[in-house]
Design a protein around this ligand. Sequence first.
Ligand code: KG4
Ligand code: ZN
Length: 342
Amino acid sequence: TQEPLILGIETSCDETGVGIVRGQTLLADAVASSVEEHARFGGVVPEVASRAHLEAMVPTIRRACETAGVKPSDLDAIAVTSGPGLAGALLVGVAAAKGLALSLDKPLYGVNHLAAHVAVDTLEHGDIPKGCVAMLVSGGHSSLLAVEDITVGVEPMGATIDDAAGEAFDKVARVLGLPFPGGPYVDKAAKEGDRLYVRFPRGLTSTKDLERHRFDFSFSGLKTSVARWVEARRRDGEDVPVHHVAAAFQEAVCDVLTRKAIDACKDRGYEHLLIGGGVAANSRLRAMAVERCTEAGIAVRVPRPGLCTDNGAMVAALGSELVRAGVAPSPLGLPADSSMPI
Ligand code: KG4
Ligand code: ZN
């Protein structure tokens, strides 16, 4: 029998994403971003994001269908991110998905955005192992999740208590005079820097902090520490060694992320670590994760960068896993839940 053909809609933040998959094969991944409309405000404005989703939705659905070479009537189910995310932004995607499901008389699947970040890896590496830890690191989230079975859900183990990892990269980039979004620029600059030039603090790693926050992250102290260090240099009229600071900062972030991720795997007895989110593109994080996980007997999976960022393909990928597992669809009264646990 033919694998199910699933369309997925993602509108939890500023990307309008529509993806189409057949089984675990990606057929189309159309994304329209309103990031430029937000740039002049210096952050995502929820009202602006909602309006942009409304305008981009139908053209993006059309584009995805054209790329995949399918008609809406060919679809077997519609999946949509129902949370967590910006309430008004989610509502646009959920309403669009309901309209499609109703008019096509096809089942609707409301999915968790974080679980979708995990499921997207099926498109690159096949089935998600039964029993893995997922570390999601982006501009919006930094979470450790336990995944027994992706079609059942994900269980939050820990998350950032202040800034997200990507946010820390972006803020430090600004301190160093690098462009926005800063992550890729810090990554590039760090390649020519000395990782041991300064030792910046590793948040929530002291014995006392580990008691309460074993699997949580904190990056705001690190960011402040880098800013202070740079300011002191400037005050003294000295040049700021951007490459070295970038490398030392990146080292601190990657050290904490990989340490806690491996500890989470050990805690659960899982032998697989999956890394997703925009920061998963970081070259040092990938290298360090592979090195340390190999030592610990843990296999690492990282989807390609294009699949790590917010998109519709990840939603379609999770929808497809649900359909394949025979999970019951959502009611057409499906609400958007902006505060689902992250
Ligand atoms: O997943 P994403 O595209 O969007 C959301 O935040 O939802 O993640 C974007 C974040 C930004 O903070 C960006 O600076 C960071 O991912 N990022 C990186 C790298 N590429 C993107 N951070 C570190 N190293 C990179 N190579
Ligand atoms: Zn995301």
